[in-house]
Structure formats: structure tokens, C-alpha cells
Design a protein around this ligand. Structure first.
Ligand code: GDP
Ligand code: IMO
Ligand code: MG
Length: 422
């Protein structure tokens, strides 16, 4: 069984927690896109791990974790993550596999990310991890790939070519001094040496596992509405975050994917700029942000919060082929008198029932809410669905009916055991 786990909103849905749980019964966990812009949190035995590049299944002994060709890798960030795991006595030798075709995030990508953001009037609010510039180089066919770090001559030539063009742009457009070849060349050859034992043909590794009927989890980063094509462009990331990205980002064919599980928060959050129709006002936003600890796992920025949006979830189900949902952070809604769910938008006197593709509509749309009654009980210790307060069950049932999709996992706390299976 090969399953893709994908974020159904704007990222930070709790994918890390859900992957960690599902990894217990999987053999392989594979990241297929994004880079260290991702921050996936796993909490076990009171210990919190935040993964940026390493798949969230790594905490389970014996599981093979792959970083696919669709991921952009900052070697320094990756080595730091490996080191952090080693400190917690979690070894990755022979378990971590890095695609030789994955593109490398270079210091000039990170600086360019910063400089571009600073120059923009309409900021995207990127994580400044160099993601956009690195994927741009990939498409521009001047990117440096992991395999290039293992070949001094290739790295030298590629880096020289890149700096020739980039340093001029840095100086002329951004009045930034640019980069010195020798230092970069030395550092990145060294990263190559340090990571060489992990770098391989992951497409081969994963396809062999598929043939051997191993269970594979594809771990999406970001979320459907940050997808480069289908997200709220230009306020998106630069990769294919939807389930389809799992094929191009790993080399596993679409016919080999059996199932797609969507992860959705019981409300909605977004970090960075861009339209957000159901966003709360400042005071209520602050309350939920504090209750849900909604601060970025990568940048620490406060996350914007709003009500759950059924137009978004329906669109996510359609685009990803989601047949099951994991609903997270239901506990954060404890104690609310009423809960709103956006079921349509009103825009220019018409009622929109589909998520609009026109960004102006999205900026200006006023959500039409269905209002449900909340529950007063604390639900974070609930283990069985039947023990949830009736109004919490009503909320879940309403979502299932409206979305015509089963909610198979309900998360009521950050740690592994705070999970209800149905
Ligand atoms: P990801 O990027 O999708 O993996 O999500 P993040 O890790 O960035 O953000 C989710 C945050 O919510 C993390 O701090 C998790 O520990 C936490 N979390 C996950 N599930 C739950 C839940 O059901 N309830 C609560 N209260 N926190 C949760
Ligand atoms: P996970 O995997 C939430 C957002 C940034 C910004 C936009 C573009 O933890 O869910 P980028 O640095 O990618 O060029 O930024 O995308 N963003 C995320 N938001 N969760 C993430 O990852 C994100 N990765 C990027 O805040 O708005
Ligand atoms: Mg996150």
C-alpha cells in the first residue's frame, strides 16, 4: 500500500504528527518536494522534534527515510538535523537516502530570497530559506544537484558559471557584493563528502521497495493552497505540494499510488502574506493562536488563524484525490460557544460555492458561515470517538457529510497518544 499524505490547507496542518503515527506500520517514508521551509513537528515522550528535511518517520527504528529528487536541500540544514538526531541517540546510517538528483540550496539562493522580499512592494512573506531561487535555477537549468557535490570538476564548472551571472546581478540590481568562488567551492565539496554515504538513486530504491510490496508513505510538505500551480498564486511556495508532486518528486509512477490521505486542521492557519477569507479578527485570532500554539515551526512567526473553510477542503479533496482525512487540533476548539464553518463566499452579489481561481475574488470574498454549537469539555484525553462530546461529534459528522469524505483520524493533542482512530 503506497499512501500520499498531503496538507489540505496552507501548511502546518499537523502532517508531521500524522506521518509519525502512520509510519509505525510503514516501511519507507519519502519526502517529495519543498525544502527546509517545512517544519514538521513530532512529539513523543515529552520530547519535541521539528523536521525540516528528514522525513517524519525517522523516529521509528528500522524505517527507511528518503529525500526525493523533488526536494531542495540545504546541506548545512540537513547536517544539523542529522546531528540533532544523533544527540537524541537516533542514528540515520543506512536508513537515510538522499536523491542524487535533488537540487542544492546555495547561500546565493538564500540571500536572493531575502533581497527579493525586501525589494517587493507586495511581499510573499517567504521563509527566506532560498526555496524560490533554488527551484528557479532548477527550471532555468543552472541548478546544482546533490550528485554534483561528489564531483569536484562538475561542481567547479557549474559554480563558476553560476557566480559569473549571479554576482553581476547581485551587484547591479541589489547592490550586494556577491559571492567568492573559493569559499563556496570548498564548503560545498565538504558537504558532499559528509553526505556522500546517503546520496544515491532513490528512484531505484523506492521502486524496488514498491516491487517488493513494501508499505510506502509519501510525506507532503506545505499544503494544497501553497502549491505552485493550484495555490493562491503568487502567495505560494515554488514546488508541487499536491499529491501529484509525489510522482515527479520521487520517480514513482502514478499507477503505483494507492491512496491519498489529506491532513486538515479543525480551523485554518496561514503563515506569510496572501488572501485568507475566513481569517479571524485580531482579538479572537490572538486567542486561538495562543490556544493552538500557532507559531511557525521554521521561522517562529505568528500564524494567522481563521475558521475552517469547506470550499478549500472540497478543492483540496478534488485536486489531490483525497479519500480520507485526518482532522487535527480539534482540542483547540474546546470551550467555544459557537463554531463557524465557511460553506460559500459572497462576491459581487453572487454566491460562490467553489473555491475561486480569480485572486481578486479571494481577496474580497465574504464567507457565508454555517454556525454550529461548541462544546465545553476538554477533549484532549479522549481515546474513543464515542466519548467525544456530542457537539464535537456533530462537527466531525457535518464535515464528513459536507465533504463526502471519511475522517479516519482525529487528533486531539500534539503527542502520539492523543489520537482517536475510527
Ligand atoms: P506540519 O507542518 O503540518 O507538520 O505541522 P507543524 O508541525 O508545523 O504544526 C502543527 C503544530 O500543531 C505542531 O506544533 C504540533 O505539535 C501541533 N499539533 C499537531 N496535532 C495537534 C493536535 O491535535 N492538537 C494540538 N493542540 N496540537 C497539535
Ligand atoms: P510545512 O511543511 C506553512 C509559506 C511561507 C510563505 C510561502 C512561500 O511545515 O507545512 P517559501 O519560503 O516556501 O518560498 O514561502 O509559503 N510556507 C509555509 N507555510 N507551512 C509550511 O511548511 C510552509 N512552507 C512555506 O510562509 O507564505
Ligand atoms: Mg509546519
Amino acid at each position: 500500500m503506497n499512501t500520499v499524505i498531503v496538507g489540505a490547507q496552507w501548511g502546518d496542518e499537523g502532517k508531521g504528527k500524522i506521518i509519525d503515527i502512520l509510519a509505525q506500520t510503514a516501511d519507507y517514508v519519502v519526502r517529495y518536494q519543498g525544502g527546509s521551509n517545512a517544519g514538521h513537528t513530532v512529539v513523543t515522550n515529552g520530547h519535541e522534534f521539528i523536521f525540516h528535511l528528514i522525513p517524519s518517520g525517522i523516529l521509528h527504528k528500522g524505517k527507511i527515510c528518503c529525500i526525493g529528487n523533488g526536494v531542495t536541500i540545504d546541506p548545512a540544514a540537513l547536517l544539523e538535523e542529522i546531528e540533532r538526531l544523533a544527540k537524541a541517540k537516533i542514528g540515520v546510517a543506512r536508513r537515510l537516502k538522499i536523491s542524487c538528483l535533488a537540487h542544492v540550496i546555495m547561500p546565493y539562493h538564500k540571500v536572493l530570497d531575502e533581497l527579493r522580499e525586501a525589494k517587493r512592494t507586495h511581499k510573499i512573506g517567504t521563509t527566506r530559506r532560498g526555496i524560490g531561487p533554488c527551484y528557479s535555477d532548477k527550471i532555468n537549468r543552472c541548478g546544482i544537484r546533490m550528485i554534483d557535490l561528489l564531483n569536484a570538476k562538475v561542481l567547479r564548472n557549474k559554480l563558476k558559471d553560476n557566480l559569473l551571472e549571479k554576482n553581476e546581478i547581485f551587484k547591479k540590481v541589489y547592490q550586494y557584493p556577491g559571492f567568492v568562488f573559493e569559499a563556496l567551492y570548498r564548503d560545498y565539496l565538504q558537504y558532499g563528502r559528509k553526505l556522500s554515504s546517503y546520496i544515491c538513486n532513490t528512484a531505484l530504491v523506492i521502486n524496488r521497495a514498491v516491487e517488493a510490496k513494501k508499505k510506502i508513505l509519501f510525506e507532503g510538505a506545505q499544503g494544497t493552497f501553497l502549491d505552485i500551480d493550484f495555490g493562491t498564486y503568487p502567495y505560494v511556495t515554488s514546488s508541487s505540494a499536491i499529491s501529484g508532486g509525489s510522482c515527479i518528486g520521487t520517480g514513482v509512477a502514478p499507477v503505483k499510488i494507492d491512496k491519498v490521505v489529506g491532513v486538515a486542521k479543525a480551523y485554518t492557519t496561514r503563515v506569510g502574506e496572501g488572501p485568507f477569507p475566513t481569517e479571524f479578527g485580531a482579538a479572537f485570532g490572538k486567542l486561538i493562536r495562543e490556544k493552538g500554539a500557532e507559531f511557525g515551526a521554521t521561522t517562529g512567526r505568528p500564524r494567522r488563524c481563521g475558521w475552517i473553510d469547506l470550499l478549500m477542503l472540497k478543492e483540496a479533496i478534488l485536486l489531490n484525490g483525497i479519500s480520507e482525512l485526518a482532522l487535527t487540533k480539534l482540542d483547540v476548539l474546546d470551550g467555544l460557544k459557537t463554531i463557524n464553518l465557511a460553506v460559500a463566499y459572497r462576491y459581487k452579489g453572487t454566491l460562490l460555492k467553489e473555491f475561486p481561481q480569480d485572486s481578486e475574488a479571494l481577496w474580497k470574498a465574504k464567507p457565508v458561515y454555517k454556525q454550529m454549537q461548541g462544546w465545553s469539555k476538554t477533549i484532549s484525553d479522549t481515546k474513543d470517538y464515542a466519548q467525544l462530546p456530542p457537539r464535537a461529534r456533530d462537527y466531525v459528522s457535518y464535515l464528513e457529510d459536507a465533504l463526502k469524505t471519511e475522517i479516519s483520524i482525529i487528533s486531539v493533542g500534539s503527542s502520539r497518544e492523543k489520537t482517536i482512530y475510527r
